[in-house]
Design a protein around this ligand. Structure first.
Ligand code: GLU
Length: 475
């Protein structure tokens, strides 16, 4: 694992340095963009089970070149300042690459959510939120958290409610956090968004023959063998969509308790159910199990999807990884040194700052929805349907005058007449975002010979945009 003491930030910064080395920026601006602006640490007590328990939490703001700043809140025992700062910096580059108008931030709380009852988690979350809200580290105009590892819709609903209790007259209170449930100001498609984004990223990659060829792959996603690490929210959705909608064969799944493998493919939804019932993948029927799941990172496959923790591919195992294509659904799963080793061997990496940006992209849509106080599609949907109906009626009228009248199939009419609802609009906006960002990245990758890989290209695109916004401010 990437070191807990300085390792993760150092790794992101090494990637950053590689990119700025190929850019023409002043040393002062390079330093300004690299550094983390501020990290707030809070220790607070909560009375639980008759005793006061002290928790440590962080909210890090990496860059305020645009505000609000954005990034998830992670609940895990391994959270520390270095991790939160590294993750905040990745948020800055990610937001710039996919053009969501935010600076980068991240939060974390050292807590194991499995050790506490839901009502206890609510107390802990509300108290942490209280500490951040009173310092404007949660605020619709300044800092907007979202889910990350160990948090989800439930925690976001508590945070939004806590904010509204404290700022009763803020009409934009719902926009203080994203990833809320549908009935509490959320948006359709946010839960699946990061996994959906991974799917759209892969589809886009497979649209470019030269890019596939660089990874030694051809054809479509259909039949490609996929190994995924982590069947949490991101890994589960990505794997399940790729299996059900693109025909991929998910041959390996790695979880906390080990890895399972079946060369004929595992049914992702069934494995997911098994994990919920049994707490792990062990015992899943028809698959071989190995308690050392990390070995599966080194198994034969076409696409490897690390969707769990940072630093899982490191100099100790990078040379044994056989996948020709890795897509980083997690943040920072490949250390900077391992990245260089893989790149030397011609392994193509679709980097985290692009690959997992689906979450923040749909968070952006949710924030806009909250600020506009109206659901997407509410005004247009039926108008769109009526205009389509006019066309269908006219075509049918014209067909009646023909000697051999033709008809429009019911299927066509159903699909064509349906106006887009919120979920379709969200998916369309996400797809467009993923295609545009990939285009910007591959343009730099292919057209500048000195740019070795997609990651460096992604960093260059992101850093140029951040630099432009600093320069516009006269810095
Ligand atoms: N935690 C997610 C990430 O790492 C989502 C952030 C957000 O939606 O603001 O990108």
């Amino acid at each position: 694992m990437q070191g807990k003491h300085g390792g993760f930030s150092a790794s992101v910064n090494a990637m950053y340095d590689k990119a700025v080395g190929l850019m023409d920026l002043s040393p002062g601006l390079i330093e300004k963009i690299r550094v983390c602006n501020a990290t707030y640490t809070v220790r607070f007590g909560v009375r639980l089970r008759g005793e006061i328990h002290t928790f440590t939490g962080y909210r890090s703001v990496h860059s305020e070149h645009m505000e609000p700043v954005k990034g998830g809140i992670r609940f895990a025992m391994a959270v520390d300042q270095d991790e939160v700062e590294a993750l905040a910096s990745l948020m800055t580059y990610k937001c710039a690459l996919v053009e969501t108008p935010f600076g980068g931030s991240k939060g974390g709380l050292c807590v194991d959510p499995r050790q506490w009852e839901p009502h206890e988690m609510e107390q802990i979350t509300r108290r942490f939120a209280y500490e951040l809200i009173k310092r404007d580290l949660i605020n619709p105009a300044q800092n907007v958290p979202a889910p990350d590892m160990g948090t989800g819709e439930r925690e976001m609903a508590w945070i939004a409610d806590q904010y509204k209790r404290m700022k009763t007259t803020d009409i934009n209170g719902n926009a203080c956090v994203t990833g809320k449930p549908a009935n509490a100001g959320g948006i359709a498609g946010r839960v699946e968004a990061t996994g959906r984004g991974v799917q759209y990223a892969l589809r886009e990659f497979f649209r470019h023959p030269e890019d596939k060829a660089a990874a030694g792959l051809d054809g479509t996603l259909d039949g490609k063998r996929v190994i995924v690490q982590g069947l949490g929210n991101v890994g589960f959705h990505a794997a399940s969509f790729l299996e059900r909608e693109d025909g991929c064969k998910v041959t390996g799944i790695i979880e906390r308790d080990g890895g399972i493998y079946n060369p004929d493919g595992l049914e992702v939804d069934m494995v997911h159910l098994h994990i919920r019932e049994h707490g792990g993948v062990k015992g899943f029927p028809g698959a071989t199990f190995d308690a050392d799941g990390s070995k599966l990172l080194e198994a034969e496959c076409d696409i490897l999807i690390p969707a769990a923790l940072e630093g899982v591919i490191h100099p100790g195992n990078a040379d044994r990884v056989k996948a020709p294509l890795i897509i980083e659904a997690a943040n920072g799963p490949i250390t900077s040194d391992a990245n260089d080793m893989l790149q030397k061997r011609g392994v193509i990496i679709i980097p985290d700052l692009y690959a997992n940006a689906g979450g923040v992209t749909v968070s952006y849509f949710e924030w806009v929805k909250n600020l506009s106080h109206i659901r997407f599609g509410r005004m247009q949907r039926r108008a769109e349907e009526s205009r389509h109906q006019v066309l269908v009626d006219e075509l049918e009228r014209l067909s009646k005058n023909k000697e051999v009248p033709w008809t429009l199939s019911d299927d066509f009419k159903r699909n064509y007449l349906r106006g887009a609802g919120e979920l379709e609009l969200v998916r369309s906006g996400l797809d467009d975002t993923m295609r545009a960002a990939y285009g910007a990245m591959r343009e730099v990758w292919h057209h500048r010979e000195e740019v070795p890989d997609l990651r460096t290209a992604g960093f260059i695109v992101a850093i140029s945009r951040i630099a432009a916004s600093y320069q516009a401010k006269g810095l």
